[in-house]
Design a protein around this ligand. Sequence first.
Ligand SMILES: Nc1ncnc2c1ncn2[C@@H]1O[C@H](COP(=O)(O)OP(=O)(O)O)[C@@H](O)[C@H]1O
Ligand SMILES: [Mg+2]
Length: 242
Amino acid sequence: MIEITDLRKSFDSNDVLRGIDITIHDGETVAIIGESGCGKSVLLKHIIGLMHPDSGTVTVDGISIPDAKEEVLYALRRRIGFLFQSAALFDSMTVYENVVLGLWEAGERDEDKLREIATEKLGLVGLRGILDSKPSSLSGGMKKRVGLARALAMQPQYMFYDEPTTGLDPVTSDQIDFLILSLTERLSTTNLIVTHDLFTVNRIAKRVIYLNKGLIFFDGTPQELMQSSDRQVMQFVERFVR
Ligand SMILES: Nc1ncnc2c1ncn2[C@@H]1O[C@H](COP(=O)(O)OP(=O)(O)O)[C@@H](O)[C@H]1O
Ligand SMILES: [Mg+2]
């Protein structure tokens, strides 16, 4: 469970988060939406302890993130799978090496076991026969899938997706959406999806939080969002229907 209370963060005179309260229960799939630059990634970074708040609290499974020691954060992050906007693969390594990197870092050295896990996780994201390929030979959508397989290899309890479809063509975006949807149904992870793609929201999330001007402007179901009579919410919805 993730609990965020009165979270505030400014960069000089830029007040990015101005008092955010969110509780995310285990098993939920929550989308966080808002204009580019509104603080979605900054919020994610506070949850994983990559940024320190000016004030307010963030706890994950009862651990206070701003107060946690580096080794506690490290252990917690191993339970969180990330899919960053850029798939962040290492071009010098093969797909196989990229997928098992976290396991290798955690001390797993059994090559047969590692290859088996890589094959299984790549299968989950619909990729086969590319273990020994280099990321540079893959399309953008395939790189995203490899990044996803790498996150899944750690058997995460949480999955955080930061703009999973940004920069992909519509067909590939649809494929990634459906993949995330099938994974959220199949794995019992708690999922946070940062996006500005309302198609993604409608397909995947049961709950959507709209960040605007450093505050939570809306927290409800995607259906309620689409039917909102709030003028600012309506303007956002109109602008971001692709
Ligand atoms: N490390 C940083 N130092 C200064 N400003 C930052 C930093 N990270 C983010 N910001 C600013 O915070 C705001 C929110 O950024 P971000 O969370 O990345 O937006 P988005 O909603 O597009 O993910 C932006 O104005 C950005 O310039
Ligand atoms: Mg961002």
